[in-house]
Structures are given as C-alpha cells and as structure tokens.
Design a protein around this ligand. Sequence first.
Ligand code: PA5
Length: 429
Amino acid sequence: MAKKLTLDTKYLDGFISSEDLGKTSSDLERAHAYLTERKGPGNEFLGWMDLPEEIDENTVLRIEKAAADLNKISDAIVVIGIGGSYLGARATIDTLVPEAINEKIFFAGYNLSGDYMHRLLDKLKDRDVSIIVISKSGTTTEPAIAFRVVKNFLEEKYGSDGLRNRIVCVTDREKGALRNIADKEGYTSFDISDDIGGRYSVLTPVGLLPMACAGIDIRDLISGAKEQRKDSLDCDLDTNISYKYAAVRNILYHKGKRIEILSSFDNNLHYIDEWWKQLFGESEGKGGRSIFPASCDFSTDLHSMGQLIQQGERDLFETFLIIETAGNRCEIPHDEDNLDNLNYLAGKQIDYVNRKAHEATAEAHFEGGVPNLTVFLPEKSAFSLGCLFYFFEKAAGISGHMFKTNPFDQPGVEAYKQKMFRLLGKPGS
Ligand code: PA5
C-alpha cells in the first residue's frame, strides 16, 4: 500500500508544550462533535467529509467518459471557474502534469483581465477547443463573463450545433444561470451536491473532471483521500495529524502567531498553496479572528522573503510541504576545472540539495523565533495529493470550529460584489 502523510513537529519545541496540547482537548472534542454529530454551525455543508467513501463508480465512470470524449475532439480544453471551482484542479494538474498547462489545459474565468482573455483567444484560434465551465452558484461574474466570451468564440468556429458536444457544465443540480443554460442547450452536465461548498469540492466533478482531462488517475486521488479519512476519525493526536495540525495552529494563534506561511520546496506546488489559502482564509477569517494564510515558494523566496522570516516581526509560524520522492531526477555533473567550486556536490541529485535546503531553513527559522511544522508527502502522485487535500480539509473544518466560527460559509465575499454590481449598474443592485 502507498505510504501516507507524516507531520514533523520537532521545531515546535519550546513554543508549544504537551500541556498546551492537552488544554486544547475540550475545544477539539467540541469541534469534533460538531462535525461528526452534524450539529455545529454550517452542518448543512458536511458532504465533503464522507465523500471519498461515498463517491460512486457511476460518477467516476461518467467523469472518465466525459474526459475521454473531450480529449477525442480537442487539443485545447478551457477550464472556466474561480476560487474553489478551479484551484483544486489547477493545483493537482500543476503538481502532476505541469506540461499540460497552457499546452492542453487552459484556465479562464479566475480574473477580470481583458488582456489575459485576448491573449488566450489568440492562442486558441488554430486549435480544436472545448470548454469545461464550473460554478456551483452558476452566477459568479468572473466565470460567467469568461464563459460568454469563450462560448461566443467557439460558436464562430463551430456553429451552435457543433458547439454542443464541446461544452461540459459543472454546477448546482437545480438552481442558477449555468444550470438553466446547460438544460436549455442540452450540454453534458455534472451536479455539485448541495452539501459541499466550493473550497471543499476538489473531490467532486469540480476537481476530478479537469484532472481526468489532463490524464491524472482520479481513482488514485480518491483512494488517497479515503486512506487519510480513515486516520482522522477520532481525537487521538498521536495518530490524527489533521487534528494535531489544527490544534497546533490554534495554540500558536493564541500565543500571538497570527500569520502562517505555507512553503513548498517545489515550484510546481505553488497552486497547492493557493488552494490551501482559500480553504483556510475563507473557513477561519470571520468575527474579527484569523490566521493570515500566506505562502512562499522555496528556495526561490528564501532570496526575497527569507530575511523577513528570519528577523522580522515574530508573529509568524511556518508549515513546509515536502515531497519525499520528488519525481524526475537531475544529477550535478563533475567538472574538471571546478571553477565554480561545486565539485563537492558532483554526483549528487539536485533534490538532495533541496532536501538539505529544507532542513537548514527549518532549523534556522526555528532558531530565529519562527516555530515550524513539516508535512511530508511520500511521493509526487495523485494518491499523495488525495491524502493532502483530505488532511487539510479536515483540519480546516476542525480549526474553524475551534475558532468558534462557521467554517463553511463566506458571507464577507459578498461585500465587494454588491458594490461592484452597483458601480456596473446591474439591474436590481
Ligand atoms: O468556497 C466558496 O464557496 C467560494 O469561494 C467559491 O469557490 C467561489 O466564490 C466560486 O463560486 P462558484 O463556484 O459559485 O462560482
């Protein structure tokens, strides 16, 4: 069986004691009961908890078939969505098949840049293009505009009949403009269950369909999430690393550590950090309390942010994401002249140096007053990412409840929208 995630907490020594951890038990147990007994705020959005077990063969087969059908007729697939409706797929594809991004899989609808859209359409003009449009509400402005623009572009290319098998919608079963469009035009569609919010939807067709189009083994991803779920069913902090992570964050917050930096020593994990930021930012940031979720790409950002982390304001803690077996390898060659004085590394893998960079960074930042944890992923695989997604989702649910907030809503996101709609003159705004 594939190996699972591990959590290294040695660099919390002196910042968190076993008594501190013990003191979180009542909060942790309350949060656990809120989730498992489905009695806490937001309990109507707990569909993600058993999803890895409950996702049925029929849905997986439908996703695989839709992906195969799209791949057959297209060499470019535009995935349209924002927030939880794109970050999980983007993160997984960037990590496992980064070469597919902007070669075969293009993302749109996550910004409002006319320049971006113009350049995208330009790249697509000589390609065979299909669209996957994803929006749970079916009314979000950014993806709605992108869908209208790209659909119009496809209509000119293929005509409205030729368009039909090139569009797949992922949206609510009944409500929203996208559901109406899908039903009226007869597009293939997938439902997002009512009880799963956007940022917890990576293991639904929202994440799985674009991943399958990129050739990722979605069954392996689901298996990873299933395994991780089994390890997070009780409050034992020795075995349930999701809860341990949530408890540690909560203690550090109460000790004045108000910013968490998630850093991976692999630039392809950049979008995992982005997915994580949304998950924790939207799940915890309410009621005047929050841990600000920031991220860095190391070792790149050690040369820009490293100084601040080492010696700036001591309100930080860090979580490192490390892949133990990093995929393709590249050896540092021997050089007769050794003018760069690197022969002491000749014959070593670049990833070996990277691991040492992580070890050195964790120790240096700890000594500089920044407590840190490391999540180890055994390998760069769909299984490992399935474990990671579930690990963080469960931790975010628990952590939100430990903060005495509803981890599953995001009322604050509406504020800018209302003002923007008024500025744009939207009818009824
Ligand atoms: O977590 C959430 O629910 C949100 O951040 C959404 O993911 C995001 O706003 C996109 O929403 P929708 O899928 O409805 O277009």
